[in-house]
Design a protein around this ligand. Structure first.
Ligand code: ATP
Ligand code: MG
Length: 280
């Protein structure tokens, strides 16, 4: 019992969403292993084909889109106004977030032109809009955006170059309510994503100094990062109000709710549809 799957078999097992127990199986000889592989794959493919049929005859929308809709509805019903800002971001706005050449995140940015990039985060555009809304609207002001963000990443299984961020923030609340508000918003999103086992942990962030992360209890995966203000970054926007905000990765929420380990199944894809690999 000391033979593992071959690399090619393992790759296929991961594509077909094998769990850790299946991936860890060992065999006496190659014959036994190859037969086990054939049987497992055959069963799995029939399950996945049924799932694709159910998608077509049922809700007809991938999970990423359904989660986005559900969370948008939840936030709107809690008084948040949805923003829809450009995917292209100017270098100057990143600099206002202190993301300049000497910052770790700077290396991860996809530049489109000399001074435009694919946004690595939503916060700069939300700050930009918020500085005016704070002038125009009575406080507290609650806004959010959900949409694609882009980062060059080196670590694969939990990171994608293109992922979907949901960033919510509330400005102009009493300072002593911030922690409680962060906890409430974290609970709102976790409930919408169907995740009941998570914790809030203090972290050091490259952008915000210290953050309050939402972490999955199952595997310690960071699901979201929360921050509070007033904060030194606010000065660049002439904002002096108290605030809280959290950014979540939707693919990470889906992966955690599903118990899976392969983030690429849950993102925008031409290889997967609703988490199902299409080459089956
Ligand atoms: P990590 O430490 O896991 O790389 P981060 O702290 O760099 O994440 P944040 O800048 O806090 O990420 O972004 C907010 C959220 O966006 C993260 O908590 C995570 O859920 C999600 N996220 C960030 N980068 C990626 C990525 N490359 N792929 C998928 N989701 C991501
Ligand atoms: Mg973080």
């Amino acid at each position: 019992m000391n033979l593992n799957w071959t690399d090619i078999q393992r790759k296929r097992l991961v594509e077909l969403d094998a769990d850790a127990t299946t991936l860890a199986r060992t065999f006496d000889d190659a014959d036994q292993r190859n037969r086990a592989f054939q049987t497992w794959v055959k069963e799995r493919i029939s399950v996945h084909r049924r799932h694709l049929d159910a998608l077509r005859s049922g809700h007809r929308r991938p999970r990423l889109c359904r989660l986005e809709t559900a969370l948008v509805e939840t936030l709107v019903s809690h008084g948040f106004v949805q923003m829809s800002t450009p995917v292209l971001m100017s270098k100057g706005l990143l600099a206002k977030m202190s993301i300049t050449a000497d910052h770790p995140l700077f290396e991860q940015v996809y530049w489109v032109e000399r001074d435009k990039c694919l946004r690595p985060m939503l916060a700069p555009h939300l700050y930009y809009v918020m500085k005016d809304l704070l002038r125009l609207w009575q406080k507290p002001v609650r806004i959010f955006e959900v949409g694609p963000c882009f980062r060059k990443e080196t670590e694969g299984a939990r990171h994608a170059a293109e992922f979907t961020m949901l960033n919510l923030c509330e400005f102009g609340l009493p300072e002593d309510e911030r922690r409680q508000r962060l906890e409430f918003f974290a609970a709102l999103i976790m409930d919408g994503a169907g995740i009941d086992r998570y914790s809030l942990e203090s972290e050091t962030s490259a952008v915000y100094g210290s953050t309050l992360d939402v972490v999955s209890d199952a595997d310690g995966l960071e699901l979201g990062s929360g921050a509070m203000g007033p904060h030194p970054l606010d000065r660049a926007w002439r904002i002096t109000d108290t605030w809280v905000g959290i950014g979540f990765g939707l693919e990470r929420l889906l992966m955690t709710a599903d118990g899976g380990t392969n983030l690429s199944r849950f993102g925008r894809s031409i290889s997967y549809l609703d988490g199902i690999r299409l080459n089956i």
